[in-house]
Design a protein around this ligand. Structure first.
Ligand SMILES: Nc1ncnc2c1ncn2[C@@H]1O[C@H](COP(=O)(O)OP(=O)(O)OP(=O)(O)O)[C@@H](O)[C@H]1O
Ligand SMILES: [Mg+2]
Length: 618
């Protein structure tokens, strides 16, 4: 007797449901997507007990007549595509005709729906995939779906659900995604009979972000604009340099209106931020990519969470460039804040004042003699020489560090009188003091600015070293003993391909047999004890960052690692002119508001915020 049997429709649906409906949040996702596809303007969601006991989605979309309502519960029944060709360019969120039958097969399900001009609507009740009731219903036009007792007939699946709180949070995240993706649509969420949020339809994404996450977040975002690649348009908002989160919950990416998860895009975002993002932290993005639907395959993931791009490299490059350009533009905006006079009296600039006592309280005043000089880059070779093994030799473009930039000649820290004339409108700020030997307090036209002196100095050193690297190449230093090391064949290929880049970066590396390499020199600003281990790390970092490593990028990576050791630390008391020079140098940087590890260097607290805090303004 044959052993193969066709599964019954009910079992087949449950199997399919296993892929489509993982947890209550997937139910919410599918139902809200259906409402959006139905042209709803307002979508109300209610959940109970983490969506396990109830998910209800009510919309004011087009509704269905009775025949369609019955058909919608059949597998592979959809109004959204007709032929295989349509699958090449899906413009709706749904396209498989899987969601409703899958959900209905693993829950107690009730659908009521009515078309706008119909006299009566339809109500259908399904239990565990079996239609129990079909009758006229009298609800308002639109569609309402209630899903109760999810997985009541699949105890094994139910066991996999997390706590009600976790499931609720997943649902909230799902609705955040949809709400950010569709600001023009009103959303509300009730959790266990309490209203969690009610978002009115808004004209812009910015308004929606403000309504959902608050104005403080919006103020720290930069708008992405501009068409960067002819076939890829990117819009939305990203966090300014220095803003990051401990998880991905605010890293939102949409492709043609669909919220997706994409390692390709998150990798590109990371690369775009590069040193503007703290290691181990996640950026804040509300990124919208628009591409020709024919170049995106949406039919690759059972829950439609991922897509495949026909030209992944184009997409990656566009995102990297977009992030870089947006951050650069944001810098100009920031600098605006330092252009206007810091004080109401137009004459009061920092130059007009005599240096104030930098310490705020008398007990922390440090005697003049113990004030530390702000270390200049000029000290770095000395540091290196001390940390290097005896007998090491400096080769290549020697680390003969150039004269300081002309504007810092002489006593670097004292503001030069001519600066007053040449840059009158720039960098207007007033230093108030230094808090806790670390935070510089200052005033600009916007209000109070706090600067972390260590982070600020790291940024200044980083950009200075990078400039030198660009202009003069990288100073290298011979290792006392050349080291050989083996790598897996794939890494060996990568090294071979990038050999010239690595050499330009001051890494003296050459092939030494199959899958073996020899290093005999490294950039002199690095302090590496195990060259082979260092190389493995560099290869890993760079491979994950980009397909085509550039010398600049590699160099930046290495510099970022090394500057921390040279920068002034917390507790290093600086003299007033040094602090002032540090701030001026910082404001001259390309990315002044975060250190090369992505931590913020400055925090602005606006006068408006202070007024609010002190109850002067409500
Ligand atoms: N809220 C709704 N308002 C109006 N029509 C709806 C609604 N929900 C579902 N439908 C109709 O029912 C059909 C089946 O819905 P279902 O979610 O099962 O499949 P789909 O959306 O076409 O594809 P997918 O499985 O990818 O979601 C839809 O194609 C649509 O015509
Ligand atoms: Mg659907």
């Amino acid at each position: 007797m044959g052993r193969i049997r066709l599964l019954s429709e009910a079992v087949a649906s449950q199997v399919a449901a296993g892929e489509v409906v993982e947890r209550p949040a997937s139910v919410v996702k599918e139902l809200v997507e259906n409402s959006l596809d139905a042209g709803a303007r307002d979508i109300g969601i209610a959940i109970r007990r983490g969506g396990i006991s109830l998910v209800r989605v009510i919309d004011d979309g087009c509704g269905m007549d009775r025949d369609d309502a019955l058909l919608s519960l059949e597998r592979h029944a959809t109004s959204k595509i007709r032929s295989a060709a349509d699958l090449q360019a899906v413009a709706t969120l749904g396209f498989r005709g899987e969601a409703l039958p899958s959900i209905a097969s693993v829950s107690r399900f009730r659908l009521t729906t009515r078309e706008g001009d119909a006299i009566a609507g339809t109500e259908i009740i399904v239990n565990g995939g079996k239609i129990d009731v079909v009758r006229d219903g009298g609800e308002a036009p639109g569609t309402q779906v209630e899903v109760r007792s999810l997985f009541y007939n699949l105890p094994a699946r139910r066991k996999f659900l997390r706590s009600e709180n976790t499931e609720s949070r997943n649902i909230e995240h799902q609705i955040h995604l949809q709400a950010i993706g569709h600001p023009e649509i009103g959303f509300s969420l009730m959790r266990d009979d309490r209203i969690l949020f009610q978002l009115p339809a808004t004209a812009t994404l910015g308004d929606r972000i403000r309504d959902l996450y608050g104005v403080e977040l919006l103020q720290r975002l930069v708008e992405v604009n501009g068409v960067l690649a002819p076939k890829i348009q990117i819009s939305g908002f990203i966090g300014q340099a220095g803003l990051s989160r401990q998880n991905r919950s605010q890293q939102l990416v949409f492709v043609n209106g669909r919220a997706i998860e994409s390692n390709l895009i998150t990798g590109a975002v990371r690369e775009g931020y590069h040193t503007a993002l703290m290691k181990g932290q996640y950026p804040v993005t509300f990124l919208f990519l628009e591409l020709d639907p024919g170049t995106v395959d949406v039919n690759v993931h059972p829950a439609k969470r991922e897509v495949r791009f026909r030209d992944p490299n184009d997409v990656r490059e566009a995102v990297v460039r977009c992030i870089q350009q947006t951050l650069e533009r944001a810098r100009a905006d920031w600098q605006e804040k330092f252009r206007a006079p810091a004080r109401a009296e137009p004459t009061a600039t920092v130059f007009a004042k005599t240096a104030p006592d930098l310490t705020l309280r008398s007990e922390v005043t440090t005697p003049e003699a113990t004030h530390r000089e702000l270390p200049h880059l000029g000290v770095i070779p000395a540091v290196i020489e001390r940390t290097r093994l005896e007998g090491s030799e400096i080769v290549g473009q020697a680390p003969r560090l150039p004269e300081r930039r002309s504007d810092s000649a002489g006593d670097a820290a004292v503001p030069q009188p001519q600066q007053q004339g040449t840059r009158p409108a720039q960098q207007q700020f007033e230093i108030i003091g230094v808090l806790s030997k670390l935070y510089v307090l200052m005033e600009n036209a916007n209000g109070l600015v706090l600067v972390d002196q260590h982070a600020a100095h790291e940024r200044v050193l980083f950009e200075e070293l990078r400039r030198r690297m660009e202009q003069q190449g990288v100073p290298t230093q011979k290792l006392l003993l050349p080291q050989t090391f083996d790598v897996p064949p794939r890494d060996a290929d990568w090294i071979e391909q990038n050999l010239s880049v690595l050499q330009r970066m001051g890494i003296g590396i050459e092939s030494f047999g199959p899958d073996t390499f020899k290093i005999d020199s490294l950039p002199s600003f690095l302090d590496v004890s195990d060259a082979a281990q260092f190389m493995r790390k560099v290869i890993d970092d760079l491979k994950s960052a980009s397909n085509n490593a550039s010398a600049m990028r590699l160099g930046e990576e290495m510099i970022a690692k090394s500057v921390c050791r040279h920068a002034v630390k917390a507790n290093d008391p600086l003299r007033y002119p040094e602090v002032e020079k540090l701030i001026r140098d910082l404001l001259d940087c390309d990315l002044p508001y975060c250190c090369p590890h992505g931590r913020p260097t400055m925090i602005q607290i606006s006068l408006a915020e202070l007024e609010k805090k002190f109850g002067r303004k409500v």
